[in-house]
Design a protein around this ligand. Structure first.
Ligand code: DC
Length: 262
């Protein structure tokens, strides 16, 4: 008698029995999503996590929070050791009870938790985050923290630049999201227009190309497409279509990793 192939069953967090519907599904499910800025990867990651009942880690928020802390302490990328010390003392952590998780630091002066989330898109943070993310010691601390989060939250969709390469090379499913500079420039111009601000399309397009080049050629933690990643080219796709594609790939890939329990 032939049996139907096992269907994957994904439940929130890791509190489901190891044998589901007569099959074994490994406890850990890490899905990495990497790609350049402006590809819509953060929204896609968040929605995919929701749909799969997994937790969501935004690693860009960690680098942004680091920039906010460095600014508060009066340091910038020219003082790498001081920035590293500030970061070490700050104990960056997420509040996993909020959706999406908010990022906090320890306020050592007042000995309380400081919510940095509202400041992540500030102009000063935007300006400092990229050069700060190039500092080897900053990256080392972030990678260590992200791996720890992966251990504590092993059913995770994590999004960034180096998640499928440097941080979680053994992730069960990896994605690389791409979009042409033209489409990303169009999106950026449109977003600013909605806030009443005019941006020149060609200037934005050239700055995107320049930033991609810097991201891809930096010495530490460059943006590289993991060789085993599923590439999602988002030009001409809506966000729900992108999430649908990723969801289908995750399901197919989990089904192929399932094995009958003995
Ligand atoms: O994704 P984002 O725009 O929030 O990222 C903010 C900055 O942090 C951006 O300059 C790239 C950097 N970053 C990084 O170097 N590595 C990551 N894993 C995530 C973000």
């Amino acid at each position: 008698m032939t049996q139907d192939p096992p269907q994957p069953v994904l439940l929130r967090n890791s509190n489901y029995p190891a044998g589901v519907m007569g099959v074994h599904l490994s406890e850990q499910l890490i899905i990495t999503i990497d790609g350049p800025a402006g590809t819509g990867k953060s929204s896609a990651a968040q929605q995919l996590a929701k749909r799969l009942g997994l937790e969501f880690l935004n690693t860009g928020a960690m680098y942004r929070a680091a920039a906010a802390l460095a600014l508060d302490a009066g340091f910038d990328q020219s003082q790498p050791e001081a920035v590293a010390k500030v970061l070490q003392d700050a104990d960056l952590h997420f509040d996993w009870t909020t959706d999406p998780p908010e990022i906090h630091a320890r306020d050592t002066v007042n000995n309380r938790s400081l919510n940095l989330t509202p400041r992540l898109s500030n102009v000063e943070v935007e300006r400092l985050v990229s050069p700060l993310a190039e500092l080897p010691e900053v990256r080392r601390q972030m990678v260590r923290k992200q791996r720890l989060i992966g251990q504590q939250h092993p059913r995770l969709v994590t999004e960034g630049r180096d998640q499928g390469t440097a941080v979680f090379p053994d992730a069960q499913v990896k994605f690389f999201i791409s979009a042409s500079p033209e489409i990303r420039a169009e999106r950026r111009v449109r977003q600013h227009a909605q806030q009443g601000k005019h941006l020149d399309f060609e200037t934005v397009r050239l700055s995107i190309i320049d930033r991609d080049h810097r991201d891809a050629t930096r010495l530490v933690g460059p943006l590289v497409q993991p060789p085993d990643a599923h590439v999602i080219a988002t030009d001409g796709l809506t966000l729900p279509q992108v999430v649908d594609q990723m969801y289908a790939i995750v399901m197919a890939s989990i089904a192929s990793q399932l094995r009958p329990s003995t």
